[in-house]
Design a protein around this ligand. Structure first.
Ligand SMILES: C[S@@+](CC[C@H](N)C(=O)[O-])C[C@H]1O[C@@H](n2cnc3c(N)ncnc32)[C@H](O)[C@@H]1O
Length: 372
């Protein structure tokens, strides 16, 4: 294939020029040449070497290795692909070495074929499962295994997110990697609160799932002095316990000092609404996370006693609401805070993503002070 040979330092300039003119070829990458030069692959529409546009940079012929299929659909029969062109899955979710994909009724009979193609294309995937929707009170996914690389149908797997690892199991516990940015923002809020209070924080995450928020918070040196976490789903608590063991063991202190001792370190399998019924949990945390999006707002009032009194604390949560109800729902949150004799220092209620045609996924964050 014809390539343009340019000095390495000018590669970016020529690459941009070739791309903007549609002269570069996507069939090969840039090849490093001897003598500090790089070769940019050209397509047939690029001008001849003699053209002054090239600034006397020579053209060279380089044999290219075929890149092979770049999409799993390329492993299927071309005619078959054409006949169901609107029905093939367009996206999928990967959790560790498990791939989860929604399959339309029209191509359901090709489920195993789809899964085999995906295993061929994606070497890091061990198991491909069809997503049959969420089920039960814990809203976990009903997964149907389609094909496995090694015969194992185990859906429990380990993912990496924002630099830490977490055990997850999509068939028994809710987890969404799509919300990892929210965890980054929770960490930013916690860092700001720690700075303002000038002391490490106790966090309460009563709907913790497998503990992704704790992954972000515990990875930050000396941010936390303790945690109260839990979930009503026993499978979640099992994975949460395992994840917290790992996250605690790899905590770092600042410079050469050991990490701060954590106290409390409570993990419970219980209904979040019961937490505040134990007076020993009252006024115990600086940061309260409320992540039960269909019910978060309704639960706030019962959870407020968990926040410390006589200082700034933060209530941060996620809610799925009707777009038309935005103002009402905001009012409900503010009323719950006021009922707990809290004054608001700062409040945000931001859309994170659309959820359906009428519903939106929101994040609320209140910086408040509950009177002592
Ligand atoms: C949307 S998930 C959030 C999980 C986790 N915080 C995350 O970000 O991945 C909600 C979690 O709350 C748990 N849950 C549902 N009802 C609960 C309740 N009444 N009390 C405590 N946990 C509950 C579910 O099992 C689920 O793990």
């Amino acid at each position: 294939m014809r390539h343009l040979s340019v000095p390495s330092a000018q590669t970016q300039h020529w690459l941009e020029k070739c791309r903007s003119q549609h002269w570069s070829s996507a069939e090969a990458g840039i090849t490093r040449l001897e003598g500090g030069r790089n070769a940019i692959p050209l397509n047939d529409s690029a001008p001849l070497e003699s053209d002054s546009i090239w600034d006397k940079n020579p053209h060279v012929e380089i044999e290219i290795q075929s890149k092979g299929p770049t999409h799993w659909l390329e492993h299927l029969d071309e005619e078959l692909v054409k006949s169901y062109s609107n029905d093939w899955p367009r996206s999928y979710e990967v959790q560790g070495d498990v791939l989860i994909v929604k399959i339309e009724e029209a191509v359901w009979e090709y489920g195993e074929l789809i899964a085999d193609s995906m295993l061929t294309q994606l070497p890091s995937i061990r198991l491909v499962c069809a997503d049959l929707g969420v089920q039960g009170e814990f809203r976990v996914r009903n997964l149907h295994p389609l094909a496995s690389r090694d015969g194992s149908l185990e859906t429990r797997t380990r993912i990496r997110e924002n630099g830490y690892h977490l055990w997850v199991d999509a068939s028994t516990v809710y987890f969404s990697s799509r919300l990892s940015k929210e965890r980054v923002e929770t960490l930013a809020t916690a860092n700001r609160l720690r700075l303002q209070l000038n002391q490490p924080l106790v966090v309460c995450d009563p709907y913790a799932g497998v503990g992704p928020s704790m992954g972000a918070l515990l990875s930050e040196p000396n941010l936390l002095s303790g945690y109260l976490v839990g979930d009503l789903n026993p499978h979640a608590v099992e994975l949460l316990t395992q994840n917290l063991e790992y996250l605690s063991a790899r905590r770092k202190g600042i410079e050469k000092s050991p990490p701060l001792e954590l106290n409390p370190t409570e993990i419970h399998c219980r209904d979040a609404l019961e937490w505040a019924m134990d007076s020993e949990n009252h006024s115990s945390c600086d940061l309260l996370l409320v992540n039960l999006p269909h019910h978060s707002i309704a639960h706030i009032e019962a959870l407020m006693p968990l926040l410390k009194r006589g200082q700034t604390s933060v209530l941060r949560g996620w809610a799925i609401i009707e777009r038309l109800e935005l103002e009402n729902r905001e009012q409900t949150i503010l009323e719950a805070i006021s009922k707990a004799s809290g004054t608001i220092e700062e409040f945000t209620f931001k859309e994170v993503k659309g959820f359906s045609t009428t519903k939106i996924f929101m994040c609320f964050e209140a910086w408040l002070n509950l009177s002592a």
